[in-house]
Design a protein around this ligand. Structure first.
Ligand code: PAF
Length: 298
């Protein structure tokens, strides 16, 4: 199976480097700003082993040969990338979207009405140490599920391949529910670690407990208005679990702050704030974090 990973960020390179160890030799499609003559990338594994991995970089015209296209991009880059590459995709290819936050399903359908589209949620921590060098800093888990079309054969095959590459990957029929759990994890970890310039593990300290509780409570209220039933304590436990397994990790939003890059706040706490307004709900903590992150650059 021909798999193309789009995106040379920390998560794109993490998946590319792990897919290389399977029989499905992957290819990497980089953004134009990452034009490179490098022929290798380096991976420092979670157990501190350094490996050098050959880069198989392709251009967008070669995308039509792909059976599977895995987009590992910032949430705000997903729709522009789908629009940019849509004309080059084989109509039988399965598209997998891997990003933080939530993108409205209608927006994806508007760009790719006929294609099989899956989403891959991941809590792995990965840090970019150079252009084509990463360290796997947090041994998380991934969840795969259908956003549109995808047959049962596709979902079984892809779960197996991704799970071989970077376990564990579990298929979920109700991925919408898991998207909300992951959204809550990012609504807590990302803005707090970015604004306070701290590692994820710091969130386990007593001083953050009340704030975490309030953020999660607001999310359960908005989710309920969207007919998604989330259990508050389970949500909080999930946040702590991820903060603990990625304790030494620099969250992606904190990394964005450090590199003066745009953040995904619009698709994370911004998504909660937007939905809350539609349902006439108050979400003061999520609103405050949303404002504070936006103010960081003003
Ligand atoms: O955005 C991130 O940094 C990651 O999604 C996570 C799971 C919070 C780990 O740092």
């Amino acid at each position: 199976m021909k798999i193309v990973v789009i995106g040379q960020g920390a998560i794109g390179l993490l998946w590319y480097s792990h897919l290389v160890s399977t029989e499905h030799s992957p290819a990497l499609l980089c953004s134009q700003r990452a034009v490179t003559t490098d022929t290798n990338m380096s991976l420092t594994t979670y157990d501190n082993q350094l490996s050098v991995i050959p880069l198989n970089i392709i251009n967008k015209e070669q995308l039509q040969l792909a059976d599977v296209v895995l987009l590992c991009l910032k949430a705000y880059d997903i729709l522009p990338a789908l629009k940019q590459y849509q004309a080059y995709l084989n109509e039988k290819a399965t598209i997998i979207l891997c990003h933080n936050g939530i993108i409205a399903p209608n927006d994806i359908h508007a760009v790719l009405p006929k294609q099989s589209v899956l989403t891959l949620l991941t809590t792995h921590g990965s840090k970019k140490t150079d252009n084509f060098a990463i360290t796997h800093t947090g041994n998380g888990q991934s969840q795969l599920g259908k956003l549109q079309q995808a047959s049962e054969v596709e979902h079984k095959t892809l779960t197996t391949i991704l799970n071989q590459a970077l376990p564990s990957v579990v298929w979920h029929n109700n991925i919408g529910y898991h998207q909300w759990i992951k959204l809550a994890i990012n609504c807590v970890i990302n803005p707090i670690t970015a604004l306070n310039n701290i590692d994820n593990g710091e969130l386990l300290k007593p001083q953050y407990q009340e704030l975490i509780h309030k953020i999660c409570f607001e999310i359960t209220q908005v989710a309920a208005a969207e007919n998604i039933k989330l259990e508050l304590q389970q949500l909080i436990n999930n946040v702590f679990k991820v903060a603990s397994v990625t304790a030494k990790n620099c969250s992606s939003m904190r990394a964005d702050f450090q590199q003066n890059k745009a953040t995904e706040i619009e698709h994370i706490n911004g998504y909660i704030v937007k939905l809350a307004a539609q349902h006439q709900l108050e979400v003061p903590q999520n609103s405050l974090l949303y404002q504070q992150v936006n103010q960081h650059y003003s």
